[in-house]
Design a protein around this ligand. Structure first.
Ligand code: SF4
Length: 266
């Protein structure tokens, strides 16, 4: 029986992609796993965090790139040996490859992103807000600039589409407001792109849409509350989407049991 529910801004996109997968992972607690791209991304985030923590301490963009790259390599090691998390690589993917990629990603981040952006006021900041009885939003910002822009680092296999992140970033902005911060209604995507034969970086800045994010939060809250009253009917409040781009046994932890894939009657 679900008692508390924590909505993470980073899971909003997953809710819209397939609500039933979201339900299983975030409400029923079905364990998912990280793939190669997620491990590599976590490691690049770690390197960027080291860069900015040093720069904040120095009061200028002064940091040890070697330390940042070592931190990224270490993050890969920790991800693949963490007993609390499952990591699944394809046969052609290796830990060494993830380390090489992550180190390259940090190099590109330091070379192409750091000269173009402000030193953040905060990095890796955890925030939480209660939005209803037993329902909270919580998440960790990658960075928050001195003038209130919410920053997110995205590591992708192709150039990011910034509009794809508006819901997530708007929920971050709502979370910032709820914690007494003053977001300036902009978000910045710092995008490190791992192309087949190169690693590049892009920077985007867009506007958040808090009213739209609030409607989406309200929608999820309504569904969670309905599910609490109808615990056998989660699939009604959170319907499956077999057209999801992650609808495969490689990416969905309930692929084998999902009612829509397997004609399982409820
Ligand atoms: S198997 Fe497909 S439709 Fe079912 S929960 Fe997973 S992603 Fe959604």
């Amino acid at each position: 029986m679900l008692t508390t529910f924590n909505l993470r801004p980073s899971s909003i996109g997953g809710f819209h992609d397939c609500a039933f997968r979201f339900f299983n992972i975030h409400l029923l607690g079905i364990r998912s796993w990280s793939g190669y791209a997620a491990v590599r991304g976590t490691a690049v985030h770690k390197g960027a965090e080291v860069i900015w923590k040093e720069a904040i301490k120095a009061g200028e963009k002064k940091f040890s790139l070697t330390t940042a790259k070592d931190a990224a390599a270490q993050a890969v090691e920790e991800e693949v040996t963490n007993d609390e998390r499952e990591v699944r690589f394809f046969d052609f993917e290796t830990k060494e490859g993830a380390i090489d990629d992550a180190v390259k990603g940090v190099e590109v981040y330091a070379r192409d992103i750091t000269p173009e952006v402000e030193i953040p006021a905060k990095v890796e900041t955890y925030l939480k807000a209660k939005i209803d009885d037993d329902i909270t939003i919580n998440g960790t910002f990658d960075a928050f600039t001195p003038d209130g822009t919410i920053v997110d680092i995205k590591t992708t296999g192709r150039k990011a589409v910034p509009a794809k992140y508006i819901d997530q970033m708007s929920v971050y902005a709502r979370l910032a407001q709820a914690n007494g911060l003053e977001p300036n209604m902009k978000y910045q995507i710092q995008n490190v792109v791992f192309l087949k034969n190169d690693t590049v970086a892009h920077l985007f800045e867009r506007e958040v849409d808090i009213p739209s994010a609030q409607r989406k939060i309200d929608d999820i809250v309504k569904r969670v509350k309905w599910y609490k009253k109808h615990p056998d009917d989660g699939h009604i409040a959170f319907p499956a989407n077999p057209n999801s781009y992650l609808c495969s046994e490689k990416y969905c932890p309930v692929f084998d049991t999902c009612y829509i894939r397997n004609d399982v009657p409820f």
